[in-house]
Design a protein around this ligand. Structure first.
Ligand code: SF4
Length: 432
């Protein structure tokens, strides 16, 4: 490939991701201005596969909220919700959304439409209380898909197992209820052929997302799970089931394969390969990442890439001959996987350490998301008992800059890298 070709392909995922994001929010803005219908959904089990059949534009309030933090105005929204009566302790995403609703949908990327219906899963308990707020504000129907979780300490059951088959029937029945609800809300009939098209696109995206994650086992790593990964996650959620989203991920595979073949890493000199555990520090997003990259540290993978994609990483491919049953099967496997990547993270991390040749694990528990932060100290102990890796435990927040101390974070991160450097030296001396 020529230099021009390389310039076109390297970084394409980030460029196209930003373009798709703007396009998505422009469409939401048009919907809001024209008073159109919209579904409010969440990243862990959006049920895009069904909602797209009804052409319901999807609003991801979690993504709206994190965008306010990346744009450094989250505190305005948080203060407004706290003045309204919400506690400083609860999920910051919820509060930013409450303020956004109080402002009539005013968001830095455009106007956000009001919900016609809210669709959620039980993957996070906050989802359930959050949807009740919209129910009270707008009197819209709320549909909660109850996905039975893993019962055996991180060990899933699979098709053929009696437990799985029972759970599967339960999810199929719920999906049929959702279809009936969407028919009722939109006044449209469910089109099974359209559904098959959507599932086919979703399969293409799932397959490619899995491949992109695998390709980052490469040394040097090809993308940064914290920064680039957040762009990819946005597209995975916002464009699931669409031709554009599937093409985006197929092209992303092509970009990563090109980088692997040409030894183009995300850093010029990769020194340390780290796993990021938790949700990023969005109020100082760029600077937070630089504190690691300045030392030659990068994140080939993270638990965030798994749970915030709703288990898309599993690469589930739908059987178009039995579409509803197959979607139920895919949801059981993927949403459970997303939950396991929060609740059984020690097992996930040990596998990642081996697969990605990891030097260290960075734990980032955050004040306003208990779901992913609870138990991380125990998790750290379990991982260290199982693998000889250096770990770092730093606390801040994904939304609230009042609890983010940049200087304190930098001190802890610098000390961590000094420790990693001396470990590396000792290891080299013992080998020579
Ligand atoms: S997973 Fe955390 S950030 Fe997301 S809705 Fe639940 S509590 Fe909030």
């Amino acid at each position: 490939m020529t230099t021009t070709g390389a310039t076109e392909i390297v970084g394409r995922g980030n460029r196209d991701g930003a373009r798709l994001f703007r396009q998505w929010f422009a469409e939401l803005n048009d919907t809001a201005e024209n008073g159109g219908q919209a579904a409010y959904v969440f990243v862990m089990g959006s049920l895009a596969e069904i909602l797209r059949v009804f052409d319901l534009p999807m609003v991801f309030p979690e993504i709206n909220s994190l965008q306010t933090a990346v744009r450094r105005i989250a505190h305005e929204y948080l203060n407004e919700a706290e003045d309204y009566g919400y506690s400083p302790d609860i999920c910051g995403y919820v509060k930013a959304d409450v303020a956004l609703q109080l402002r009539g949908g005013d968001h830095p990327m455009g106007l956000i439409p009001k919900p016609t219906v809210a669709v959620l899963t039980n993957a996070c308990n906050t989802y359930i209380k959050w949807a009740e707020i919209w129910e009270r504000m707008y009197h819209v129907p709320v549909f909660t898909l109850d996905v039975p979780g893993t019962r055996m300490a991180g060990g899933q059951t699979w098709a053929g197992d009696q437990d799985f088959e029972n759970d599967h029937r339960y999810v199929v029945a719920q999906l049929k209820e959702l279809i009936a609800l969407c028919e009722d809300v939109t006044g449209r009939r469910f089109d099974i052929d359209r559904f098959r098209d959507v599932l086919q696109n979703a399969s293409r995206m799932n397959r490619s997302w899995k491949r992109v994650l695998e390709l980052n086992r490469n040394r040097p790593s090809l993308f940064n799970a914290v920064t680039d990964g957040t762009v990819y996650l946005g597209v995975a959620n916002g464009f699931k089931g669409t031709e554009e989203g599937s093409r985006y991920f197929e092209e992303l595979v092509e970009e990563m394969e090109f980088k692997a073949a040409n030894h183009i890493g995300t850093l010029t000199e990769e020194q340390y390969r780290l796993i990021f555990v938790g949700v990023p520090c969005y109020p100082i997003f760029r600077r937070f990442n630089e504190m690691f990259t300045e030392w030659g540290g990068t994140f080939p993978t993270s638990t965030y890439l798994l749970f915030a994609s709703g288990g898309t990483n599993h690469g589930f491919e739908y059987d178009l001959n039995r579409p509803i049953e197959s979607l139920a099967e895919g949801l059981l496997i993927s949403v459970r996987d997303a939950m396991d990547n929060m609740f059984y993270q020690d097992q996930v991390l040990v596998k990642m350490i081996d697969d990605y040749a990891i030097d260290g694990v960075v734990y980032h528990p955050i004040k306003s998301c208990r779901t992913v932060s609870t138990g991380l100290a125990d998790n750290r102990r379990a991982v260290m008992a199982s693998r000889d890796v250096a770990t770092l435990f730093i606390e801040s927040d994904m939304m609230d800059r009042r609890v983010v101390s940049e200087a304190q974070l930098k001190n802890r991160i610098d000390a961590y890298f000094e420790g990693l450097a001396s470990r590396k030296r000792r290891l080299a001396e013992s080998v020579s």
